[in-house]
Ligand binder design. Structure first.
Ligand SMILES: Nc1ncnc2c1ncn2[C@@H]1O[C@H](COP(=O)(O)OP(=O)(O)OP(=O)(O)O)[C@@H](O)[C@H]1O
Length: 609
């Protein structure tokens, strides 16, 4: 039985609260407690029952684990000043944080990420100070100041702007370029105090516009600032205190806030601020108008290889930055990667992301099945940053074919295929040798065999700058291909005539082979070897266990339909006997009714345990 299953099923509110109580004496001050409570009060006030639903047996008013994890947090590594380190190899563009300590990560040393959700970053009294607008970005982004919401709280500053009449508190939002108080005109990195003093209700200037998209945990709207003409994306979750789904959504969004507020990179969607009212939690993000890769694939079909190369390189750049901060995204897929009109890629949806502090692996079962790494599915030894590399490989295949690997199988069957079979996903013949090599490297079943994001940035498939620039021009000029045109993909030699074969990934160079890890030399053979050592018994699959508490999120209704059988403790439908029961599956088909279901309704494709 995979270790995670027993762990999850053994988890209780009590244990959460107990562990919370233990560490709280060491870490939590009275003021933090009060602030944590203040959010619970919002929940409780909104509860029709206003009962003790959110009270732990110990009398702790912790609504859900996300709000009391101050007790359990671990310091994040001090961010690197991007002025020193920014480059395209995944280094930061650089927030400068106010202090070097006191921050809290979302993962504890216990390795059970679910139990360690960060405190509500947007809880009352939190003034967000990350005011950079997209238009204000410059390569020198290290000069910006991003004040972590949590830092403000830990600094002991009361920024509580609650009016007591149900109005929301306000958080600083992007100001217009050239504004006297825009970041560029700020004399120095602002102290939390100055943030407090300068707090004005900018969020009221943002007017909610049309719906941009819906996710599992909320809706995303266009935001327009009628005073300065700026736009942003507003991600919203309703606060309904007695609703499990709402609590889960808030927890998720809170997690996203905590992580995003500490990131700043050209290929990661920029966090601007957040706003908590009696009714909803809103997160203000950089608006990326081109939509997701998934949407582009739906509209225009599979991408040509130069576009895939270009996008992959940018995704890698964002991942290298993220991984450099010991943070794993855990849900890399086309639907979570946005594209701006210039072809610039932005990683989005950090609801699943986790910071890995003191543990080298995690033991929860989260992600989107088709892009999920084998170690996540099997999860006997935990998993870490390489799960994103696997998902990247799946995303490259998705861009090349407009479908994720194993999309011919229904969700549970796909999971079985990923976790329990020896098969490698099919790689389209039309791709170049470099592309195939890149995908194989990512899709190695043994996580430690996968190169890191930073290493992959040197792979010939993505490393040629000229090609990237040329591709960007093409994207601007021709938008996206109607469909993959079947034309011959230029060979690596044609693309890189001056390339010298002196890199570890250059498979033809005999001398370089000597310095390359064995697992990088022959990825296919290696994957086969590794795959053959994977557990293949269905009995070891998480899918086989009773008392399952995971749920799947919407976008793959074929999965949902199937899951309808498999999540009601009916193990007779285990996919081993089902993979061929439906031959044509559209993994993208959207079934709106699933959106209305709570995560505990066990419908969707995203899995959380
Ligand atoms: N910054 C943004 N700019 C433009 N559109 C966005 C932005 N963020 C999200 N969207 C749109 O909203 C949709 C849902 O957003 P997102 O995936 O972040 O929500 P979610 O609830 O976390 O979704 P998921 O189901 O993947 O968890 C996206 O697919 C995209 O179309």
């Amino acid at each position: 039985m995979p270790a995670w299953w027993g762990k999850k099923s053994g988890r209780s509110k009590d244990s959460d609260n107990n562990s919370s109580a233990k560490s709280s004496s060491a870490k939590k001050g009275k003021e933090n407690e009060n602030k944590v409570r203040s959010f619970d009060e919002v929940l409780l006030r909104n509860s029709p029952r206003n009962s003790g639903d959110f009270l732990s047996p110990a009398g702790n008013s912790s609504g859900f684990s996300g709000f009391d994890s101050l007790d359990r947090g671990h310091p994040l590594p001090r961010p690197i000043n991007s002025l020193e380190s920014a480059n395209d190899q995944g280094q930061g563009h650089g927030p400068v944080f106010g202090t070097g300590s006191g921050s809290v990560s979302s993962v504890s040393s216990s390795g059970s990420s679910d139990e360690h959700t960060p405190p509500l970053a947007a809880s009352r009294g939190h003034v967000v100070d990350n005011r950079l607008s997209p238009t204000m970005r410059s390569p020198n982004r290290g000069s910006r100041t991003a004040t972590s919401p949590l830092r403000a709280r830990l600094s002991g500053i009361s920024l509580d702007s609650s009016t007591g009449d149900g109005r929301s508190e306000c958080h600083r939002l992007p100001l217009p370029p050239g504004s006297p108080s825009s970041p560029s005109s700020l004399p120095t990195p602002r102290s939390p105090n100055s943030a407090s003093e300068g707090s004005t209700c900018n969020s009221s200037k943002w007017r909610k516009g049309r719906l941009l998209g819906r996710g599992t945990f909320g809706h995303v709207y266009l935001g327009f600032n009628s005073e300065n003409g700026q736009m942003c994306a507003i991600k919203e979750v309703k606060v309904v205190s007695d609703d499990q789904s709402s609590k889960e959504s808030l927890k998720q969004l809170n997690q996203e806030i905590t992580l995003l507020s500490q990131l700043s990179h050209a290929n990661i969607v920029q966090y601007y601020g957040s706003d908590l009212s009696e009714e909803r939690l809103s997160v203000f993000l950089e608006y990326v108008s081109g939509g997701s890769i998934h949407k582009l694939l739906q509209e225009y079909g599979a991408f040509g290889e130069p576009v895939i190369q270009n996008y992959t390189r940018q995704i890698l750049s964002g991942l290298a930055y993220l991984h450099g901060r010991n943070t794993v995204h855990r849900d890399i897929k086309g639907a979570n990667i946005l594209v701006d009109p210039n072809g610039e890629i932005k990683l989005a949806d950090f609801g699943m992301a986790k910071h890995i502090a003191y543990c080298s692996s995690m033991l929860s079962f989260k992600g989107s099945p088709y892009w999920m790494a084998p170690e996540v599915v099997m999860n006997t030894n935990g998993y870490s940053l390489p799960v994103d590399i696997w998902s990247l490989g799946c995303t490259v295949l998705e861009m090349a074919t407009s479908k994720p690997p194993w999309s011919q199988y229904e969700g549970v069957a796909a999971i079985f295929k990923i976790g329990n079979s020896k098969d490698a996903p099919e790689i389209p013949e039309h791709l170049s040798a470099d592309a195939k090599s890149f995908i194989r490297l990512c899709l190695q079943r043994e996580p430690s065999a996968r190169p890191t994001a930073a290493q992959l940035l040197s792979h010939p498939f993505v490393r040629n700058q000229t090609t990237v620039r040329a591709t960007n021009v093409n994207i601007t000029r021709e938008a996206f291909p109607r469909a993959f045109d079947g034309s011959r993909t230029p060979t690596a030699l044609e693309l890189h005539p001056n390339r010298t074969n002196n890199h570890p990934f250059d498979r033809d160079d005999a001398s370089s082979r000597l310095t390359v890890p064995r697992n990088l030399l022959s990825p296919r053979d290696n994957a086969r070897t590794i795959a053959s050592s994977m557990p293949v018994s269905p009995s070891s699959s998480p899918l086989r266990h009773d008392n399952r508490s995971f749920f799947l999120s919407p976008p793959h209704p074929s999965y949902s339909t199937y899951v309808g059988h498999s999540y009601n403790n009916d193990h007779s439908v285990f996919p081993a006997s089902r993979p061929n029961s439906r031959t044509t599956i559209d993994p993208w088909l959207d079934i709106p009714q699933f959106r209305a279901q709570s995560p505990t309704a066990r419908s969707p494709t995203r899995i959380m345990l």
